[in-house]
Design a protein around this ligand. Structure first.
Ligand code: PMP
Length: 429
């Protein structure tokens, strides 16, 4: 069902039949059903929402709120817990402004991991500056895992200080590690530490149940899940919502406005000021239905196979790469490629601990050069620091090449990638 069959639903492959798209961790391609849903809004009922009392506006309002309900179901949340935002970045920033700024005390300590995306670092840097607080970082171990968090001292056991708030990615966009967030959140709760989960790299790949997880906040971007750009989701747990105050104010988010005072609408609308990205929300709901129809368990199985092929292909030198392509040596550190490892694969050894992507370096070849040669073979991969500069500094490298997969990728894609990589390496070594 996945791979070649599903490719037919992605019109970009009609325009680029040779394309091997291995950059879904940056943004996923869009299925026809999403394009249709967006086009339907603009062509058939393109009115504003929540204000018109004519049928077109009522239809648009209904579709927008149905989209919220669809996304709530996807996360096992209630619709009033779902706030539409621009992307994961805006969702995290919003939590910093609408909740953390008011509820975290002066000199607070915020726990992050060293593998966070800049989106889940910079807003907290800004906040602790305001609060005279500090950030403490969890390191990753040699397998790219956050095991110190699970020490018997509980959450933050591996941290130098007790923390007041924890913000963590579900899946690292560089290491591909699936962090054990359920266990981490459960430990955090025992110590009354609120938790934000950055699900940007997990929502398209792994089932998420916010009730079971019991996180306070969770964010993801629609565009990584086959939805349009410019729309994302911020989940705020009902019990936490009372402590939230608006950041952006104006139309739609109010109940009543007098010359000098205003009162707020209820959640989630009090955080959605102005005309929202109506087509975006509707398109995202179509993407969620697309993913649900395939089934996240099927997606996970399909990707696990592809990621294993990728890792094994890089590691086993099966394509006679003129180099020794292997995984981590015993006693080697995740931080740097030792001399004997020509191809260095970052992240967990075990494929079941990995999702979304595989990042690697090849000794003597810059990741940008790899990406460029692959592009000549119509293979799209990402190269650079992937908006995770602290992790790259920690690993003592400036850049990695990253191949990431989603529903349309096939085993042939991986074979083509490995062949092209061989060509790239021959060219530069
Ligand atoms: N967090 C993670 C883990 C990501 O991979 C990304 C996107 N690369 C983001 C946050 C930010 O997503 P966006 O740019 O859509 O806001």
């Amino acid at each position: 069902m996945l791979g070649n069959n599903i490719k037919k639903q992605f019109p970009i492959f009609k325009h680029h039949p040779q394309l091997v798209y291995l950059d879904s961790a940056a943004t996923a391609l869009k299925p026809q059903c999403v394009l249709d849903a967006i086009s339907d809004y603009y062509t058939k009922y393109s009115a504003n929402i929540h204000r018109g009392i004519y049928s077109l506006s009522e239809k648009a309002t209904q579709e927008y709120e149905d989209a919220r309900a669809e996304i709530a179901k996807f996360l096992n949340a209630d619709p009033e817990e779902i706030v539409f935002v621009k992307n994961a970045t805006e969702g995290i920033n919003l939590v910093a402004h609408v909740w953390a700024r008011r509820n975290l005390k002066e000199a607070c300590t915020i726990g992050l991991s060293i593998a966070e995306h800049h989106s889940n670092i910079v807003p907290w840097q800004q906040l602790v500056k305001e609060k005279n607080g500090e950030l403490v970082y969890l390191d990753v171990d040699d397998n790219g895992e956050l095991s110190p968090l699970l020490s018997k001292e509980g959450v933050g056991g591996g941290l130098p200080k007790k923390i007041d708030f924890l913000a963590l990615a579900h899946v690292s966009n560089v290491l591909g590690t699936i962090n054990p967030i359920k266990e981490i959140i459960s430990q955090a709760k025992k110590q009354n530490v609120p938790v934000l989960i950055d699900a940007a790299q997990s929502a398209p790949h792994i089932p998420i149940d916010v009730k079971e997880l019991d996180c306070d906040f969770l964010v993801f971007s629609g565009h990584k899940l086959g939805g349009p750009t410019g729309i994302g989701v911020l989940y705020i747990k009902k019990e936490t919502a009372h402590a939230v105050e608006p950041f952006i104010t104006g139309g739609s988010m109010i109940r009543e406005v007098t010359k000098n005072e205003s009162t707020w609408n209820t959640m989630p609308w009090k955080l959605e000021a102005g005309t929202p990205h109506i087509a975006g929300a509707i398109g995202l709901a179509a993407a969620v239905r697309f993913v649900k129809d395939i089934g996240l368990d099927n997606i996970k199985n399909h990707e696990e196979k592809l990621l294993k092929l990728l890792v094994d292909g890089l590691r086993n030198n099966s394509l006679q790469l003129p180099l020794e392509a292997r995984g981590r040596e015993e006693n080697s550190s995740i931080r740097s490629s030792d001399d004997s490892n020509e191809v260095f694969i970052f992240g967990p050894e075990e494929s079941e601990k990995r999702s979304s992507c595989v990042s690697f370096t090849v000794k003597g070849v810059h990741p940008h050069d790899i990406a460029q040669v692959l592009d000549e073979d119509t293979i799209a991969v990402r190269a650079g620091h992937h908006c995770a500069m602290p992790l790259h500094t920690y690993l003592n490298i400036s850049a990695t090449a990253r191949a990431s997969v989603w529903v349309y990728n096939t085993e042939e894609d991986i074979a083509k990638f490995l062949q092209s990589l061989e060509r790239a390496v021959k060219k530069f070594i």
